[in-house]
Design a protein around this ligand. Structure first.
Ligand SMILES: Cc1ncc(COP(=O)(O)O)c(C=O)c1O
Length: 376
């Protein structure tokens, strides 16, 4: 808080920065799309984990939020973001009865349907039903339908589980979700068809399906306009995707573009070699990138791109390697501060307690990463 008005270049490094104008641009783009095509947005908070960002998204029109973890839902719920009719949906399955007790407890303490959960197994449904019955409440659930990770197989197995859930007196079946992953348009279309066809099969069995959720940043347009999808669940769009970085790297499926609003300000702490510089932010600051994603970063000095050859990480260092005699290398000096764009925003944000919100190279405010490290 007391950093407001500071010049960004005066901040001690390494520090996580959010460019407010680019961040707002991303949010406006996503919600303009939502209004235009009439699809709801339930941003996935596992990307940004910050109650302040959840609030900003809810003000922009989000119908609620998604979290991956029970404990993420716990801290975000208790930070007051879900006012009015907004709700929270936990996208990861639960097996531990003590966690399920917590889940049901949120609803008892607030109101039925405030926290929904997704499941893919009859055993989880039975435990939830028993606990909800004991509390004299009803737990709202959706089924996760698989496109390669957790989830029931599309079609009849999902319908069979929905039928069993429908018969349980302390469960309310609200719908399904089929996260199709950040895939190319053709694959997303096939997967969306499976999701919507399965929802329709459940309806044909006489069970109402209110929520049909899917989508990621990479597929927001293809999935958001797919008939029968009621809501999309993108997360990393707030931090940017496309040729400038930073969502899941430079590679953006389906020409999706959001501005890169996230960076880590670092100091050049060693310039003893002509072909490299070393900064003070390593893998502990950036977090592990997604499997299969190369870990390059983009480097900027005063908003100008620095053309290095490759970046190497150790725990507390990032070495930028240049070609011999590189003019780019000559522009960099000992003690300079440069910003590095993370390759994978979600894992980077999770490494930090705070994100410094900046505008015109000055700190505007500091937002806590409320659900940082919430793995339960
Ligand atoms: C279930 C689920 N939904 C939505 C998303 C959001 O994806 P993205 O951050 O690419 O928008 C993810 C990301 O991993 C996810 O696991």
């Amino acid at each position: 808080m007391l950093y407001a008005g500071f010049n960004v270049q005066d901040l001690p490094t390494p520090v996580l920065l959010l460019d407010l104008e680019k961040f707002n641009w991303n949010i406006e783009k996503m919600f303009a799309f939502s209004k235009k095509v009439g699809v709801n947005i339930r941003p996935h908070a596992k990307t940004f984990k910050s109650a302040a960002i959840c609030n900003r998204l809810i003000e922009a029109g989000a119908i609620g939020i998604m979290t991956q973890k029970l404990s993420e839902a716990d801290v975000l719920l208790n930070s007051g973001i879900l006012y009015g009719n907004k709700n929270i949906l936990i996208s990861q399955e639960l097996t531990d009865p003590s966690k399920i007790e917590c889940l049901v407890g949120y609803n008892v303490a607030m109101e039925e349907g405030k926290v929904l959960t997704s499941l893919d197994d009859l055993r989880e449904a039975e435990i939830i039903n028993k606990i909800a019955e004991r509390w004299g409440t009803k737990q709202h659930v959706i089924i996760e339908m698989s496109h390669g990770r957790c989830g029931t197989p599309p079609g009849q197995p999902t319908v069979d589980l929905a039928k069993k859930i429908q018969k349980m007196p302390s469960l309310v079946f609200r719908g399904i979700y089929g996260y199709e992953n950040p895939v190319k348009q053709e694959v997303a279309l096939q997967r969306n068809k499976q999701t919507v066809d399965t929802a329709n099969m459940i309806r044909e069995a006489g069970i109402p399906v209110e929520i049909v959720s899917a989508g990621s940043t990479a597929t927001y347009e293809v999935t958001g306009t797919y008939p029968g999808i009621t809501e999309i669940e993108p997360g990393s769009f707030v931090f940017g995707v496309g040729p400038e970085g930073s969502g899941y790297g430079w590679k953006a499926e389906n020409n999706v573009y959001f501005k890169n609003s996230l960076s880590v300000l670092t100091s050049i702490i060693s310039t003893t070699h002509e072909d490299r510089v070393v900064t003070d932010a390593g893998s502990k600051v950036f977090g592990a990138p997604n499997t299969g994603v190369v870990p390059p970063v983009l480097a900027y000095m005063n908003n100008e791109r620095i053309g290095f050859e490759r970046a190497g990480f150790s725990e507390e260092h990032c070495t930028l390697q240049f070609k011999e005699g590189s003019e780019e290398r000559k522009k960099l000096h000992w003690g300079q501060k440069i910003s590095l764009t993370p390759n994978h925003c979600c894992t980077t944000v999770n490494q930090h307690e705070k994100i410094f919100v900046i505008k015109n190279n000055k700190v505007v405010t500091v937002w806590p990463i409320t659900a940082r490290g919430m793995y339960l």
